[in-house]
Design a protein around this ligand. Structure first.
Ligand SMILES: Cc1ncc(C[n+]2csc(CCOP(=O)(O)OP(=O)(O)O)c2C)c(N)n1
Ligand SMILES: [Mg+2]
Length: 442
């Protein structure tokens, strides 16, 4: 009723007003008629629904995922360490390739020592990186040291590449008084403010929305930095993974989502994790540029990460990389993978498709490495690892009072009470506590 009354008033005004008013109203009317006829014509050609880009079809057809070709795997080096297509050769300096190889093998040696250390009851827990070294060094080398890393937990090589020392790794795993986290975290939960590596938080996918937020901050700061967020294909099933990918896409965040698809989430193989074509197939669904690479090819990972970084920086957009690899070790020291996969399967990846041997072949082909250098490095690097290991083991544990520090600026009264009670109790029953192994209480 109200709109009819308004229309009547308008018509009346149109009839009685001066010419200029008449002209204005009539023009408005003409314009609206022609606009609506134009859009009617467009409606017939193309759907105008907000939120999609497509066309009309007149035959009922479901999209059959089986009929879609899988996302291809980008590769630079073949298994014999030869460049397949010269145009893709990253032409890295000998020093860089040597550092890649030395860090990959050093990580391998450190893993063996710390894994054994846990088996002998010297540390509480450990996770190896066997088989995934190429994803670590290939991606880390393509980044700027100022780029912020959010890891899951199986990316120790990225931290090693950035300069985290063997002492620092060992101190953290031993939770001794030199550990940056003051012994409060489980082993492998590394972090380094100096190296822009955010401390590991193992509830799966927590790092992903945090990383998207940090990337948004990078965009606002405009200091030429991006974020890289590592996650496993298992973690990609968490709701937080969806939130992170969608936020980053919608808010145009400069972030590289780097999925390490190593075939398993503890004992769950990928076939029981998802039905689609891995994680890469999800990228376009989020409107994110995506590439799938051979994660055992360090150069392919390097090229993909470098190109992704450029996209992030120059276009302020996220990129998704899915690096296909294989977890050669058990999930962690709390797992025995022989219960759910065959020895043959594991040895195929260990012997036939291993990132370390592939890079070694490349170096041998280049004449940059030989058996003598290999043996010397093996011995020398093991010595370095054993030295750091022995020193970390010999260091005292942190002062037990550190349990109460670094959360509150001023300790609240109830925690102060607990701190006092702990101290009195421990000092009163000294004989039951190995206090000589701890830094002295104040
Ligand atoms: C929210 C949450 N659920 C379950 C776990 C237990 N958990 C630890 S690691 C892991 C598997 C993760 O697999 P993936 O993301 O593929 O990483 P990978 O270990 O293969 O590197 C699970 C289920 C956890 N840490 N957090
Ligand atoms: Mg996995």
């Amino acid at each position: 009723m109200l709109s009819l009354a308004r229309l009547a008033v308008r018509v009346a005004v149109c009839r009685t007003a001066e010419n200029i008013q008449k002209t204005t109203v009539c023009c408005f009317h003409r314009a609206s008629v022609s606009k609506s006829s134009q859009s009617t014509a467009r409606f017939e050609d193309k759907p105008e629904f907000p939120g999609s880009r497509s066309r009309y079809v007149h035959k009922l057809e479901f999209i059959d995922p089986e009929s879609q070709e899988g996302v291809p795997v980008y590769r630079v080096l073949n298994r014999e360490g030869k460049i397949i297509d010269e145009t893709q050769d990253p032409k890295l300096d000998k020093d860089i390739v040597m550092k890649m190889y030395k860090d990959m093998t050093l990580l391998n040696t450190m893993d063996r020592v710390l894994y054994e250390s846990q088996r002998q009851g010297r540390i509480s827990f450990y996770m190896t990186n066997y088989g995934e070294e190429g994803t670590h060094m290939g991606s880390a080398a393509a980044l700027d040291p100022g780029d912020i890393v959010f890891g899951q937990y199986r990316e120790a090589g990225v931290l090693m590449w950035r300069g985290f020392t063997l002492d620092e790794f060992m101190n953290q795993c031993y939770g001794n008084m030199m550990d940056k986290g003051k012994g409060r975290q489980m082993p492998v939960h590394y972090g380094s403010k100096d190296l822009n590596f955010v401390t590991i938080s193992s509830p799966l996918a927590t790092q992903m929305p945090q990383a998207a937020g940090a990337a948004y901050a990078c965009k606002m700061q405009q200091k030429g930095h991006v974020v890289i967020c590592y996650f496993g294909e298992g973690a990609a099933s968490e709701g937080d993974a969806h939130a992170a990918l969608n936020f980053a896409a919608v808010l145009d965040c400069p972030i590289i989502f780097f999925c390490r698809n190593n075939g398993y989430a503890i004992s769950t193989p990928t076939k029981d994790q998802y039905r689609g074509d891995g994680i890469a197939a999800r990228g376009p669904g989020y409107g994110i540029s995506t590439v799938r690479v051979d994660g055992n090819d360090t150069f392919a990972v390097y090229n993909a990460t470098k190109a992704a970084r450029d996209i992030c920086l120059t276009q302020n957009r996220p990129v998704l990389i899915e690096a296909m690899t294989y977890r050669i070790g058990h999930h962690s020291t709390s797992d025995d993978s022989s219960a759910y996969r065959s020895v043959d399967e594991v040895s195929y990846w260990d012997q036939q498709d291993n990132p370390i041997s592939r890079l070694r072949h490349y170096m041998l082909n280049q004449g940059w490495w030989d058996e003598k250098a290999e043996q010397e490095w093996k011995l020398g690097s093991r010595k370095m690892v054993m030295k750091a290991f022995a020193e970390a083991e010999g260091r005292k544990k942190p002062n037990p009072e550190e349990m109460f520090t670094d959360v509150y600026d001023t300790l609240p009264p109830h925690l102060e009470k607990q701190r006092q009670a702990m101290k009195e109790h421990v000092l009163q029953h000294k004989e039951h506590y190995p206090l000589e192994q701890f830094d002295k209480m104040t």
